[in-house]
Design a protein around this ligand. Sequence first.
Ligand SMILES: *[C@@H]1O[C@H](CO)[C@@H](O)[C@H](O)[C@H]1NC(C)=O
Ligand SMILES: *[C@@H]1O[C@H](CO)[C@@H](O)[C@H](O)[C@H]1NC(C)=O
Ligand SMILES: *[C@@H]1O[C@H](CO)[C@@H](O)[C@H](O)[C@H]1NC(C)=O
Length: 447
Amino acid sequence: MAFGGITAVFWLLVLTQVHGGASLSSGTADGMERWGYVEVRPKAHIFWWYIQSLQRVPSPMKPWPTILWLQGGPGQSGIGLGNFAEIGPLDVDLNPRNSTWLQKADLIFVENPVGVGFSYVDDLSALAKTDLQAAKDLAELLKELAKEIPTLQSSPLFLVGESYGGKLAAKTGVLVARAIRAGTLELTLGGVVLGDSWISPDDYALSYPWLLEGVSRLDDNAVGKGIMMAVKVKQQMAAGQFVAAYTTWVNLLDMIDSRSGSVNMENFMLDTTVSSVLSDSAARPLLLPGNSQAANNGSNKVSDTVNGFLKQKFKIIPKDFIWQQVSLQVFDALANDFMKPAINEVDELLSYGVNVTVYNGQYDVICSTLGAEAWVKRLKWDGLHNFLSLPRKPLHYCHPYYLTNGFVRSYKNLHFYWILGAGHTVPVDRPCTALYMISSIVQSPAN
Ligand SMILES: *[C@@H]1O[C@H](CO)[C@@H](O)[C@H](O)[C@H]1NC(C)=O
Ligand SMILES: *[C@@H]1O[C@H](CO)[C@@H](O)[C@H](O)[C@H]1NC(C)=O
Ligand SMILES: *[C@@H]1O[C@H](CO)[C@@H](O)[C@H](O)[C@H]1NC(C)=O
């Protein structure tokens, strides 16, 4: 027994050393940017990139916030998509973006789950096979970042996820909140922000037929068929048959595609046959396996910029490494968890008093506003009744100010933003509205 104990201690030490030794970081000379790899588990190396805001004003009364951006997919790169197409300081042509969220907060992009973008595994068996594993990896990364990024100590951290990234933000938020409460992580969790997030697959599936009928993209017959398929998704999920539920959900999307004249599920004002801002750069977000195939084509602008400009800048990327916008291997590894909801995680965050903000684009179908409202109504949180009975406040963020950009409703620590004129990727479709919304959410001193 004693021998076994010694062996265990010995291995623990060795692992810690290997682990610690495998972290690698670098940055700009002025300290405004840092990036690096953290080996969050044996053979699992996550890449992160921190950018400090030029507008940063330290104030003890109103601390400067930090945003950790989590991309969707699962399998899409945050550095390719979130950074270059949505909220980063430069667009893919390396021109400044005047709506960058960097004006309001420091930014951290993470290539997540491990295997995405610059992140890599030494062995495919090290890919995350559950949402919980992906969230644990992020929580582990944050422990290291609390040491690597000095400003994080005094900066409230906001986990902002889009699409599947929102589900991981909720799961990670719970682990972070628990670790902070247990005293094992020294960070301030400013809040968890869920942008068009994949929190409740059955609520979304059930919303598609009604939503698309209301905007003339489906007729009665297709709606009847769609509801039957969505109910089957719900039943399969309830029975724990998540892989079967995924197949039914994909069949539902196929039926909608054929009966709607190929409506774009990320924006019902568009068709899939017409390219949007994102598909021009072959960087369509999300969820849809078909999208990922197109986005995986390495010969596009984002890929050229990341493999050229960024790889040169970062220096520490392994020499032969080729960055890709999407990892289908990461998507496939999470197949068993894809249809699992995260409503309980949102409830747990609310019960801790953590600020939870949901924002949703009006034209999104895949993670529709109707579906988001439906899962919010399923929360067990004791503030729910009061929240639902409050009127919404119209938002007039952007010129011309007589137009309404959206609505917000807040009660205690739950906040819901309805963003007009945007589809699945709000910062792409409504950059000005998104900027002032995030500024309000993170309580930026740069307001
Ligand atoms: C990738 O995109 C380029 C340019 O759009 C196209 O010519 C090429 O056929 C595509 N390759 C694949 C494998 O889809
Ligand atoms: C939650 O956000 C509100 C502003 O929206 C802020 O006043 C409050 O302090 C925040 N609470 C926590 C626990 O961060
Ligand atoms: C960015 O520039 C465009 C074009 O000049 C302008 O319409 C928009 O309002 C600007 N956005 C912000 C957030 O300043």
